[in-house]
Structure formats: C-alpha cells, structure tokens
Design a protein around this ligand. Structure first.
Ligand SMILES: *[C@@H]1O[C@H](CO)[C@@H](O)[C@H](O)[C@H]1NC(C)=O
Ligand SMILES: *[C@@H]1O[C@H](CO)[C@@H](O)[C@H](O)[C@H]1NC(C)=O
Ligand SMILES: *[C@@H]1O[C@H](CO)[C@@H](O)[C@H](O)[C@H]1NC(C)=O
Ligand SMILES: *[C@@H]1O[C@H](CO)[C@@H](O)[C@H](O)[C@H]1NC(C)=O
Ligand SMILES: *[C@@H]1O[C@H](CO)[C@@H](O)[C@H](O)[C@H]1NC(C)=O
Ligand SMILES: *[C@@H]1O[C@H](CO)[C@@H](O)[C@H](O)[C@H]1NC(C)=O
Ligand SMILES: *[C@@H]1O[C@H](CO)[C@@H](O)[C@H](O)[C@H]1NC(C)=O
Length: 367
C-alpha cells in the first residue's frame, strides 16, 4: 500500500514536471538537457493529410520515464494514454525506442511534438515538427464568359493546399503559348478577338500533380466580310455568288438585288447559309439575273454589306473543265468586275494568281 502510494505520487510529480518542462520549452526557456544528442528524436516528419505519422524517440536503458507531448499536452506517458484522441496510439515502448502513431493526420495536427525522457533524474527533451501536406485544390474559379470585343475582363482562380499552391493562368491557343498571369487573377483590358478561347488555371505545389481547370472566354464582334467576289456566267449556265463573313456570334446573311430582298428558294435560285458564309445560286442564268447583288451580314453587334456582281461572259469555248476557273479569272478584264466594299480578301489575290497563266492560254487559243 505504501509503495503503491509512493509510486502514484512519483507518477503524478513526473507528469507535473513534464507539463512544466513543456511549458518552459514553449516559453523559450531551455530545459536542462545533458548531452545534446540525447534523447534522439527523428528529423521533422512530413505526411500528407489523411495519412499516419509515426513519431519516434530513441532511448536507452538508463531512461526511467518517457512521454510524448503535443505542444504542452501529454499524449502518452509510458504506456499510459493521457489524451482522448483515438487517432493517437502507442507503437513501441522498449529499451531502445519509444514511438507513437497519429492516424488520419489533419492540418490542425501540424506543429511541434516533444519527446520527454528522464535519465538518472535528469529530464531531457527533444522536439520534432509534424508537417502536414495537402494536395492543391481549386476551390473557386470564374465561370465561362461571353463579352464584347474591347471590354475588360477579370478571371479568378482560388486554390488551397499545403504548402500554398502557386497559381498561374495560361491562354490555350495555338499562337499564344506561355503564361498570361502568375497569380490568381487574370485581368484583360480591351480584349481582342484573338484573345478569345480557353484559359487554363493551374494550381501546383510539390505534394501532388498540378490541378487545372479551364474557363472559356467568348469574344463577340460584329461581322466582317472577308470574301465577296463576283462571278461571270454565260446565259443558260449555273452561277454562284459567295459571301463570307467572320463574326461572333456567327453572322446571319441576307441577299438583295437593287434594294429588293431575295427570298430564299425563289424560283430558279437558291440561298444557302452556313455559319461563316452564304451562297446564292442561279440554276439557269438569264439576262435579267445579271447585275449588282448585295450581301448583308449581321449579328447582334451590327451589320455590314458588300456588293457582288453577277455579270455576263461569252459561251466558253474551251472544255467545261475550265469553266469554274475561267469565269473567276476572266473577272478583271471581261466583266465589270466585282465591286465590293471589302475587296482586299485573299480570294481576290487567288484570282490574280490564276490570271496570268490563263491570259497566256487565251492568247495561245486565239492563234
Ligand atoms: C523542422 O520544422 C521547423 C518548423 O517548420 C523548422 O523551423 C526546422 O528548421 C525544421 N528542422 C529540420 C531539421 O528540418
Ligand atoms: C495537437 O494539438 C493541436 C492544438 O491543440 C490540436 O488541434 C491537435 O488535434 C493535436 N493533435 C494531436 C494528434 O494530438
Ligand atoms: C477598362 O479598363 C480601362 C483601364 O483600366 C479603363 O480605362 C476602362 O474604362 C475600362 N473599360 C470598361 C468598359 O470598364
Ligand atoms: C434555261 O432557261 C432557258 C430559257 O428559259 C431554257 O430555254 C433552257 O432550256 C433552260 N436550261 C436548263 C438547263 O434548264
Ligand atoms: C453596286 O451597288 C453598290 C451599292 O448599292 C454600289 O456602291 C456600287 O457602285 C454598285 N456597283 C455597280 C457596278 O453598279
Ligand atoms: C450597305 O451599307 C451601306 C453603308 O453602310 C448602307 O448605306 C446601305 O444601305 C447598305 N445596304 C444594304 C442593302 O443594307
Ligand atoms: C483595302 O486595302 C487598302 C490598302 O491596302 C486599305 O487602305 C483599305 O482599308 C482596305 N479595305 C478593306 C475593306 O480592308
């Protein structure tokens, strides 16, 4: 009975001492520690959130008492568990090692843990830092946006993780490679149509592979007619006028002749509309079909128009194989030519490339 009481008393005073030691420790007052290498705790312990951390303390047979503390709270003293946290378990308590395990580690477990031992009535402590890592996670990102050319936009991408992830924005486009922003915010003032497309936010730390999310930026702009060329066709043949326009949202097309709107699928002709071009086809061109046609391209941001001529040429003398190329190529010198407000298109230049060899061919055919 007496020894039991003494033992109990002893045990309590040790606990009080350990608590005090820890208290001093965290107030920066050094606890008496004999040789600096003992007790030997491990280096800092780094684990991912959700994993288990093992805290090891190397001891020897002179050690009479051992304890692990979380800050100033005793987790284990010898074989006795002092905390209520079920995630904390004793792993080994032998002559050489005293270790505990913290299961399902979370970020709030991060911090200093102390191994406290008593050797020949001298208390010594050793500290280890538990570092908890968390893979990056994007918690907030802007939604897809649709804006008008010239507007300002601001995209946001918020990410969490430990260590704090680095956040970058990148424009996914065949032309623009590289980063457009090195932080959570991407600001674009006076956006251009070339800046439309997908923007990718990437959050990375050393813990796991970077996480990426994309935001689609749609830049609206009024129609711009890029292709409007006239066509020369002989009477009785099939003739097609084409009008191409780029626009976001895609343009809607209308055809006029002398201020009169052409109704689609009027007798003998057909209008075909695609998102970026429209064609007007005459199945059997007659004299009264020739003239000045106007293609109007419009979307919610505006409209533009171009004049396109359907003009008469002589019956082709060469094979019908040449028909298409010839009518295009003849445009500049036989017909009045395509009169267009946007006449600088590539189609025009393509026509000129054809012009020279065909001119030679024509001359040759005449002799
Ligand atoms: C352990 O972690 C603490 C806190 O992060 C740091 O101050 C200390 O330098 C680290 N020690 C080692 C050995 O990495
Ligand atoms: C360690 O102490 C911190 C702060 O009091 C607490 O939030 C955490 O749950 C403790 N962890 C363990 C494993 O005892
Ligand atoms: C866009 O940003 C510029 C520069 O910050 C500012 O001068 C302009 O007024 C903004 N435009 C709009 C439409 O907010
Ligand atoms: C084209 O129209 C003319 C006059 O209306 C007609 O004589 C001719 O047969 C038509 N040709 C075709 C291929 O329909
Ligand atoms: C065709 O019409 C447009 C607009 O109505 C006009 O500007 C242009 O001069 C006309 N072209 C010809 C050859 O009549
Ligand atoms: C074509 O555009 C001109 C100038 O913008 C305008 O005066 C004309 O009315 C337009 N024509 C048509 C058919 O919309
Ligand atoms: C056509 O080209 C000329 C000179 O290269 C330029 O001044 C003009 O603005 C262009 N027109 C259009 C409609 O692109």
């Amino acid at each position: 009975m007496k020894t039991s009481l003494a033992k109990m008393h002893n045990s309590i005073s040790w606990a009080i001492f350990t608590g005090l030691a820890a208290l001093f420790l965290f107030q920066g007052v050094p606890v008496r520690s004999g040789d600096a290498t003992f007790p030997k705790a491990m280096d800092n312990v780094t684990v991912r959130q959700g994993e288990s951390a093992t805290l090891r303390c190397t001891v020897d047979n002179r050690v009479t008492r051992v304890a692990w503390l979380n800050r100033s709270t005793i987790l284990y003293a010898g074989n006795d568990k002092w905390c209520l946290d079920p995630r904390v378990v004793l792993l080994t308590n032998t002559q050489t090692q005293y270790s505990i395990e913290i299961q399902n580690v979370d970020v709030y477990d991060e911090g200093p843990y102390t191994c406290s031992v008593q050797t020949d009535n001298h208390p010594k402590t050793s500290r280890v830092h538990l570092i908890v890592q968390v893979p990056p996670k994007i918690t907030e990102i802007s939604s897809d946006v649709s804006i008008n050319e010239g507007s300002n936009i601001s995209l946001t991408c918020i990410a969490t993780g430990r260590p704090e992830p680095a956040v970058t924005w990148r424009h996914i486009s065949p032309k623009a490679v590289g980063f457009v922003s090195e932080d959570e915010y991407l600001e674009i003032t006076g956006i251009t149509r070339e800046q439309a497309g997908d923007y990718e936010c990437s959050a990375s730390n050393d813990v796991a592979a970077p996480v990426v999310r994309r935001v689609k930026v749609t830049v609206n702009y009024p129609p711009f007619i890029s292709d409007a060329k006239g066509t020369g066709v002989p009477v009785g043949q099939k003739g097609t006028l084409q009008c191409g326009a780029s626009a976001v949202p895609a343009a809607q097309f209308q055809w006029f002749k002398d201020d009169k709107r052409l109704i689609e699928d009027q007798k003998g002709m057909k209008v075909e509309n695609r998102p970026f071009f429209s064609t007007l086809t005459f199945f059997n061109v007659s004299e009264h079909d020739y003239g000045n046609y106007t293609c109007v391209a419009s979307n919610k941001l505006g409209h533009t128009n171009a004049s396109i001529m359907l003009f008469e040429i002589n019956e082709p003398t060469s094979s019908t194989l040449f028909q298409e190329e010839k009518t295009t190529a003849m445009t500049p010198w036989k017909g009045p030519g395509a009169v267009s407000e946007v006449n600088n298109g590539t189609s025009r230049r393509a026509g000129c490339i054809w012009l020279l060899p065909l001119l030679v061919l024509q001359l040759l055919l005449k002799f």
